[in-house]
Write a protein that binds this ligand. Sequence first.
Ligand SMILES: Cc1cc2nc3c(=O)[nH]c(=O)nc-3n(C[C@H](O)[C@H](O)[C@H](O)COP(=O)(O)O)c2cc1C
Length: 363
Amino acid sequence: MPSLYEPFSLGDLALSNRIVMAPLTRSRANAQLEPTDLAVTYYQQRASAGLIITEASQVCPEGQGYVSTPGIYSAGQIAGWRRVTDAVHAAGGKICIQLWHVGRISHRYFQPNHAAPVAPSAIAAKAKVFTPDGLEDCSEPRALTADEITCLVSIYAQAARNAQQAGFDMIELHGANGYLIDQFLRDQSNRRTDAFGGSIENRIRFPLAVIDALCQVYPPHRVGIRLSPAATVHDCEDSAPMDVFSTLVGELGSRRLGYLHFIEGQTRGPRDWRPEVDLQWLKGVFRESGGLTVMANNGYDRHMAEQAVASGAADLVAFGVPFIANPDLVLRLQRGVALNQADSSTFYKGGPKGYIDYPFYSE
Ligand SMILES: Cc1cc2nc3c(=O)[nH]c(=O)nc-3n(C[C@H](O)[C@H](O)[C@H](O)COP(=O)(O)O)c2cc1C
């Protein structure tokens, strides 16, 4: 039986174990939205993870919707990330960047010239975003033109080239949690009548075009995708999620993608959210179509993760909040020792507190 603590070959990438650090926005980039020395320390502290997935990083200025989130589009950002990947590699780890565009989950405050955020359709999300003035409603977006959609595919491809320059082992497309890719997939947020909306084939067109562009930069087995088919966070709803996601994961599998990363249930909420969305079945579709690896996330503890890997339900398990509070999570899980508890008041607060000061285990 496979074990959580055994090495794993993700294509040609050798992971030292099957425990993954989930992507975690920490809002600590500098004014130019570059990762700083604090990020170098934070990620290096967690390098014993089999794979680190970075916090979501916007592929262009319009892709931002939160305070102080790093980008991967400027020279300074690439240089900042290079210091992070060098530190993780020096510590023996592997690191993947999560490529992000928030779409309509944004506010004019974050947008160049305070323009409206962009989205598949001009429908405001019933969701809030944190601005420096506090929690505010998402701004009403404007619909992207077809030309702009084509241009966005190139922007993602450029971000992948930047990631390569920054030394990342892999890239993960953020297709979860109601952000831009997810907005295209769902019929509630995508009401387009052109080639990018309407039928399932049309709604998956932009996400697949992005995946194909990323696979021109990194080989497909070094490209992953994160999806949350059952989640309804950030006002992402679909009338028939199984139909759209089964078609999508079949297409992704046939491209022999490195991994499919599922948030199971409601992100940070109940795992049995929308039980009609059969995630185990969707994983099977991905694998049967040629997909390499399945990664599971959301509310896993030690026992659940060990079981998931041993049973073959997942090849890799990603931990989010436990990795915030436990830089040495792998050792703690393996030895079965107590975990530090995370302080949620410092999740997005900036500065070293609650970021690089969680204690390592000592006998
Ligand atoms: C502080 C915080 C920031 C997060 N940022 C991201 C992110 O940047 N990208 C993403 O896909 N998910 C993000 N998530 C979701 C986590 O990756 C993960 O799905 C969630 O915490 C559930 O896993 P867990 O129960 O192991 O914590 C974030 C969660 C938290 C708590």
